[in-house]
Design a protein around this ligand. Structure first.
Ligand SMILES: Nc1ncnc2c1ncn2[C@@H]1O[C@H](COP(=O)(O)OP(=O)(O)OP(=O)(O)O)[C@@H](O)[C@H]1O
Length: 295
């Protein structure tokens, strides 16, 4: 097994990696570790490992690292393991993956391979990005785009809250068009979800399933700092899906595009800034197998 470790992800990550390695060693399992040196490196490392015939490639980091490793494993026979070392770790919450190093190592040793169907975003400039949990356009992407890495290291998830409050006074909430399976609607923000959870373990898309085809999409009809502030406040209470102006729809194919002459709208995927509209979102061509705890 190869563990691909993002040294920038999460707090206290290196010590937790060492604890997981020790737990694997106790079980008689040897693991090589490769550290990422730049964004996108995890994809190249994972693809190379799968090409060498490794059966299990482990993403040790947050959702962005998992997505990058998954992109490298897509279309190969190698399975995906996760050591959750990120800041928000939404996919780990979604899939019930333990954060404690020894428990996470146990899943790598005896977990059950389970289908994961990532989403694929295709941008207007030809760029692509695979995502495992969600893709957001609008306010949340603006928060992510301007989040300082040092702040994230110091405050963890609190950095998103702080940056969110800063953006309330700054972001202009340009409207854009969301086309869901051919049906268009004008919105202020949209989150295309593969999983139920968002920003940690908060409920956003109750009908989304990471192992199934398609998405549940949260459309935010209302923009502006008051609505966005209210939505942010109701998220930890799991009330966001029921708030006025929030509409949930199922879709297999999503296109998000700026209004003619409209302002630039940022896009985030799995908590990383990934580009701007327009973007087309579908399921990635093939599923991958991820190791989950035995029930
Ligand atoms: N050596 C590196 N230097 C700078 N950036 C890196 C490096 N290695 C990976 N990255 C980038 O860091 C991004 C963020 O990492 P990751 O998502 O794993 O952590 P996180 O943001 O703290 O966790 P979460 O997404 O769960 O909140 C990755 O998407 C990846 O592109």
């Amino acid at each position: 097994m190869l563990i691909i470790f993002n040294p920038t992800a999460g707090r206290r990550r290196r010590r937790r990696l060492e604890q997981a390695l020790a737990a694997l060693c106790d079980r008689g399992l040897a693991a090589a570790v490769a550290e990422t040196r730049h964004p996108g490196h995890a994809t190249a490392l994972a693809r190379d490992a799968a090409g060498r015939g490794l059966r299990l490639v482990v993403a040790a980091g947050g959702d962005g690292t998992i997505a990058e490793v998954a992109a490298g494993l897509a279309g190969t026979a190698a399975g995906l393991g996760v050591l959750p070392l990120g800041t928000a770790n939404v996919l780990a919450w979604e899939l019930g993956l333990p954060a404690a190093p020894a428990a996470a190592a146990r899943v790598l040793a005896e977990g059950v391979p389970t289908l994961l169907r990532p989403g694929l975003a295709r941008f207007g400039d030809g760029g692509q990005r695979l995502f495992v949990q969600m893709l957001g356009a609008g306010f949340d992407a603006a928060v992510v785009a301007r989040l300082d890495l040092g702040l994230k290291r110091r405050l963890g998830r609190g950095a998103y809250v702080l940056q969110g409050m800063r953006e309330l006074g700054r972001y202009r909430f340009p409207r854009f068009t969301a086309v869901l399976d051919g049906v268009a609607e004008e919105v202020a923000s949209a989150i295309v979800s593969k999983g139920r959870l968002y920003a940690g373990r908060h409920l956003l898309a109750p009908a989304a399933r990471p192992g199934e085809a398609g998405f549940q999409v949260a459309l935010f009809r209302r923009g502006g700092p008051w609505s966005a502030g209210l939505y942010g406040a109701t998220l930890p209470l799991d009330l966001l899906p029921r708030m006025p102006g929030v509409v949930l729809r199922q879709a297999m194919a999503v296109r998000l595009e700026p209004l003619p002459g409209g302002a630039v709208v940022p896009v985030q995927a799995d908590g990383d800034p990934v580009g701007t509209l327009p973007v087309e979102v579908t399921d990635a061509p093939g599923p991958i197998l991820v190791l989950l705890p035995r029930r």
